[in-house]
Design a protein around this ligand. Sequence first.
Ligand code: AMP
Length: 289
Amino acid sequence: MQNPAETISIVESIAVLRERLSPWRGAGSIGLVPTMGALHAGHARLVDHARRDCPFVVVSIFVNPLQFDRREDLERYPRALQSDLEFCERLGVDVVFAPSAGEMYPAPPSFTIEVGRIGDHLCGRYRPGHFRGVATVVLKLLDIAQPHRAYFGEKDAQQVAIVRRLVSDFNLPVTVVGVPTVREADGLALSSRNRYLSPEERTLALSLYRALSEARDQIAAGVREADRVKAAAISKIPDLPGLKLEYLEIVEPDEMQPVDRIDGPVCVAGALWVGSTRLIDNLHCIPPD
Ligand code: AMP
């Protein structure tokens, strides 16, 4: 099938998006990459995977108010629609779906997705209602675009685990693809929030990756007690006024429940406040046989 779009188009209306996508339905060919914009090379990796698999690629850009637990964070979240569009065009995206909050939520929703125990730990514990907002908007986006495949970054490990469960619990006809985290050369995970960091904070931010790497090394060396691994990891976060570790946890990767012993693959995940910026990261770790 030929791509009916000559160049990238931006669509703000749900009805128009559905119309644009209808020729591609049934052919197993629509890939959706949900984002909140302020796009970077991490998002580009998701688009690359989508382009490889799907003839028609939609990127959604929507700063979802429902998933912000702090109003200040929502207002401060970076918005860069014009440069995002150019970025998407260079990547060969077919359609950017950038709805307004009013288009997505014409009225406060009467129904939201209640996330079970998979949302109890890690970010879910510190950001009340966050994953309810994420699951609700993801369900809406999947229903609006009805993609065959949807792409999510493993940088947000709990998010992708929740989306997988959402899709399986509701029998949604979509394949969820998890994409490995894209990092700077020194290991810092790319994030839209990195642009808030001053040069000094940028240096301090790396301690989260250092802590996770220490955990990975300890696990690879055969340490099985989660508390020992955590203590070694946390020791890599300097005790400085600008740094505050929110959590560093070791969980099993499907239900995201903390483990005492590391007897199989685990996700070591952390959230670090660097000044007024909250950064998250994680590493998938496998103990030796
Ligand atoms: P966001 O715009 O931050 O909501 O992210 C949109 C998607 O991009 C999510 O699925 C993220 O997990 C993914 N993502 C963000 N940063 C990265 C990264 N450094 N590497 C890979 N995927 C990422």
